[in-house]
Design a binder for this molecule. Sequence first.
Ligand code: HMG
Ligand code: MG
Length: 302
Amino acid sequence: MSLPRHVRLVEVGPRDGLQNEKQPISVVDKVRLVDDLSAAGLGYIEVGSFVSPKWVPQMAGSAEVFAGIAQRPGVTYAALAPNLQGLQAALDVGVREVAVFAAASEAFSQRNINCSIAESLKRFEPLMDAARQHGVQVRGYVSCVLGCPYEGAIAAEQVAAVAGELRAMGCYEVSLGDTIGVGTASAVRRLFEVVGRQVPHDRLAGHFHDTYGQALANIYASLLEGIAVFDSSVAGLGGCPYARGATGNVASEDVLYLLQGLGIETGVDLPRLIEAGQRISRVLGRESASRVARAWFQAGHQ
Ligand code: HMG
Ligand code: MG
């Protein structure tokens, strides 16, 4: 199988990255991050979440962030919405694309959104109807596709069933999340092969957390399966509050470096992306988790 010529990068740093931070991060810093990312050429940015502030306090200011960003034409600014209430809050600030999130593991579904997988899918139905009425596109996530922090191994067939349901209810794309970063390349290839029987490969995306350092290998394995959309997080920010020990997503800078080396277009500018990662890392008071960003500065770039 030949590699795709173009890959769409879905930048989830402001959402998946920052949601896990305990320290307060100001709306100004969040807005700056999103604007830095769009300036770097990212065409799709997940800005925040309209979830319960009791569950994820860091995302409580998402409406203010949406109100503060400089929306560039052609860029999609998306938000998570777990239910109708979340969609309504997103609509109130003019959000044009949301993402719903289900899990392939029952235990994770309970811990993350307080309901079973079947209940979550039922809950998405009125959201999907309302989104359709408002012309809002909906992306779907499936978590724990290669393993669950509570249940261990997850069958690819179970992932395929949930992904198929999300697609059938109208999600234009389904992103498969290795929430705890345990997957390895051969499991990833098999996963896309099995899920591909339910959802075509050009409607699937890969979302790899880098806990075990396998994310880039897993992205390469996905590319070999014809997957051309990947979620990543600038500076490797983040983790999931309901998956203890899960580190951030694969760093966007590292994914971009890989793709550039493979001659795959993304439209993203590496130095500007590194700069965006550097600025938010300074705000958080720690070194970037991106290996490419670290090497960049060690090589004397400013
Ligand atoms: P619940 O407690 O079962 O909800 O939570 P409820 O419907 O019974 O409502 C309880 C309270 O929450 C009420 O407030 C509601 O108004 C409020 P109260 O009357 O007690 O004051 N509420 C809301 N508030 C704001 N926005 C809303 C909303 N909905 C209800 N949308 C719920 C169920 C889904 C709301 C909750 O469990 C929740 O918010 N969970 C979010 C968890 C989350 O955001 N996790 C991280 C994102 S997923 C992820 O990171 C994985 C991913 O990256 C992929 C991967 O890596 O695998 C996507
Ligand atoms: Mg995630």
